[in-house]
Design a protein around this ligand. Structure first.
Ligand SMILES: *Cc1c(COP(=O)(O)O)cnc(C)c1O
Length: 432
């Protein structure tokens, strides 16, 4: 029996970390209001006021609009739906290419396929894990219509350079802000810099209504079309829709009054929850900077950026630490501290892209006769992303309320313990 928990020693943290989210009195009160009315959804798919949803949906949209200082907020039943709405509303469709990072939740790219367009993957900047503007430029073709920018882990992509590229090539910019509500780039809230931004309210995000999403935009045309796509647009375009019916085919992406009620209560906590996250993360960063463990790099924060730490990402260098990433993570986990590695596989490695088959079994939309390009999805396509996924990224999912700074003592102690017993861990690695 050794010191480290992985070889039978005493665990650093025995009790689980406090669970999120915390649902408050305000959310309960608002949900009860909805239950008392019996009207659990306010939407009807016909022209008139109720095409836009019930009172709680409208109240949530008003709050979001005000908070982000944007002209339009359009709720949906997920951020995935919101992304699809934004892409379709921007007029993107069959034959078009949309540039996106492969290092993100699958939906950021799947939403492009939902509009029958083709995702083209551009590699990331290895300091901030977001799409690299220079790589975007390399992927632009005459077919490129848009860029889906993902502000990964809570920090902004390099928006000045991305917006300049978009302007030069007349591309729409959609900001996937699911992981970065309230994060800022040069004083601007993320989601308000491009043509549209998407927030997520799913169970795991900073604020939640279980499932839900919101599209924010200053473009009237995008907001109006998004509302049609959200609510069976085809039934009302004859008399009340825009002049062009392109991409008005509607899904049912409507948010219920119950979700909107919870989201309103949660939304009022966003500032507090964000500051809490930042406080925890800065405490961790202080620790990692002071301890200066060889082979562990704490998050890099770009100048004039407000990172909101949906996840706390670090880089791991196996050569410097002396054990494989997998072994190190196992040792930390054994100490009772949750930690992830790699994040997600580069999206293009998913079978859908490897087999180039999204709809039916004849290669649609990749082999569609309207598509004149040749998007590639082979291994090696985005080497930086692959290296982050396979070797370097480690993630602490602990910068969230109600975890407190005192809980982080156990995280620090676990790292301290593993680093003081590296020889023991090397022995363990040899034996496995
Ligand atoms: C969570 C997430 C989504 C999808 O959000 P849903 O609300 O679950 O549809 C999209 N993009 C990113 C980057 C996410 O983290």
């Amino acid at each position: 029996m050794g010191n480290l928990a992985i070889v039978g020693g005493v665990k650093t943290r025995v009790n689980p970390f406090p669970a999120s989210p915390v649902i408050g009195e305000e959310e309960r009160r608002l949900v009860n209001e909805v239950l008392d009315t019996g009207q659990l959804s306010g939407f009807i798919a016909q022209a008139g006021d109720r095409f836009l949803g019930g009172p709680k949906v409208l109240a949530l949209e008003a709050l979001v609009k005000q908070h982000f200082s944007v002209e339009y907020a359009v709720t949906a039943n997920s951020a995935t739906a919101g992304l699809h709405m934004a892409i379709a509303a921007a007029g993107i469709g069959p034959g078009d290419e949309v540039i996106v990072t492969p290092y993100t939740m699958s939906a950021s790219a799947a939403a492009i396929l939902m509009a029958n367009a083709i995702p083209v993957f551009a590699d990331i900047d290895e300091d901030i894990f977001c799409i690299d503007p220079d790589e975007i430029e390399k992927k632009i073709t005459p077919l490129t219509k848009a860029i889906v920018v993902v502000h990964l882990f809570g920090q902004s992509a390099d928006m000045d350079q991305i917006m300049a590229i978009a302007k030069k090539h007349r591309l729409t910019v959609i900001e996937d802000t699911a992981q970065a509500p309230d994060a800022e780039y040069k004083g601007k809230l993320l989601g308000t810099i491009g043509d549209a931004g998407i927030l997520s309210l799913n169970q795991h995000k900073t604020i939640t209504s279980g499932e839900g999403g919101v599209l924010i935009t200053n473009r009237k045309d995008i907001a109006e079309k998004a509302r049609l796509i959200r609510n069976h647009g085809e039934v009302i375009v004859r008399d009340n829709g825009p002049e062009s019916i392109m991409n008005t085919l509607g899904w049912n992406y409507r948010m219920t009054e119950l979700e909107a009620a919870v989201a309103i209560g949660q939304f009022k906590q966003l500032d507090f929850l964000t500051e809490h996250r930042i406080g925890l993360a800065e405490n961790l960063s202080e620790f990692f900077k002071q301890s200066a463990y060889k082979g562990i790099t704490p998050p890099v924060i770009r100048e004039d950026n407000k990172h909101v730490y949906f996840l706390y990402p670090m880089k791991f260098n196996a050569q410097k630490v002396g054990v494989r990433r997998e072994t190190f993570v196992k040792a930390i986990l054994a100490e009772g501290v949750p930690m992830g590695q790699g994040y997600v596989e580069p999206i293009y490695m998913e079978p859908l892209y490897q087999n180039k088959s999204a709809y039916g079994n004849r290669g649609c939309p990749f082999s569609c006769s309207l598509y004149k390009g040749s998007a590639q999805y082979g291994k090696g396509l985005c080497p930086v992303t692959e290296r982050m996924y396979e070797f370097e990224v480690i993630l602490l999912p602990l910068c969230r309320y109600p975890i407190q700074i005192k809980d982080l003592d156990d995280v620090k102690q676990a790292f301290e313990k593993v680093f003081s017993n590296l020889d023991e861990l090397k022995e363990y690695e040899k034996s496995t």
